[in-house]
Design a protein around this ligand. Structure first.
Ligand SMILES: [Zn+2]
Length: 193
């Protein structure tokens, strides 16, 4: 397994990462942390798509990558995703990295780093079963992917500040739900999903 920073991504890579970013926007519409992922076959066809829905689905298994890998496996008729590429807007967490490696994807390309939940801290200590030949590249459209997260958490912080300033009693279920959503950490690039 290689973990590499590559500065010469192809137009095809940029195209597919843009598709992943478009998916991440769907997370925002659900008030979820924006993360999108796609799996691309060797012939360049998108066979799996996913975006973060952990709040909506009430499970950590609803990470973008897990959804994309699951759909790709279904499309292929098996869990082996040899020669496929996983594009994801945020550095995968341990769970998603493990799932991608065990699925035998050949390449993982991600955008923004996640220093707290990302794979960097564990990559040298994985057990042999995970030591596949997967290539990992970071930093594709890092700015755009990171900005999306920053904007999301900036909005969350604004809601939190506004709620602190409020002195009126919360009456409606929608208002209570809005406050619940706002109780998230405000450190965007340290978030996973
Ligand atoms: Zn994950």
């Amino acid at each position: 397994m290689q973990n590499t920073q590559q500065n010469s991504f192809t137009p095809r890579d940029h195209f597919f990462m843009k598709q992943a970013r478009l998916l991440a926007r769907k997370s925002v519409r659900l008030e979820e942390v924006p993360v999108g992922a796609i799996v691309v076959s060797p012939s360049g066809i998108i066979i799996g798509r996913g975006y973060n829905k952990i709040e909506r689905n009430k499970t950590q298994l609803a990470h973008a990558e897990i959804t994309a890998l699951t759909k790709a496996a279904k499309k292929r008729g098996g869990w082996r995703l040899d020669e496929c590429t996983l594009y994801v807007t945020l550095e995968p967490c341990m769970m998603c990295l493990g799932a991608a490696l065990l699925s035998r994807v050949s390449t993982i390309i991600y955008g923004a780093p996640s220093h707290l939940f990302g794979l960097q801290s564990i990559i040298t200590s994985l057990p042999p079963v995970y030591q596949a030949h997967t290539r990992i590249y970071q930093g594709l459209q890092q700015q755009e992917c990171g900005d999306m997260l920053k904007h999301f958490f900036h909005t969350i912080r604004s809601i939190q500040e506004a709620s602190r300033e409020r002195t009126t009693i919360i009456h409606t279920p929608n208002e209570r739900e809005s406050l619940k959503t706002s109780n998230r950490s405000s450190d965007p690039l340290d978030q996973c999903k």
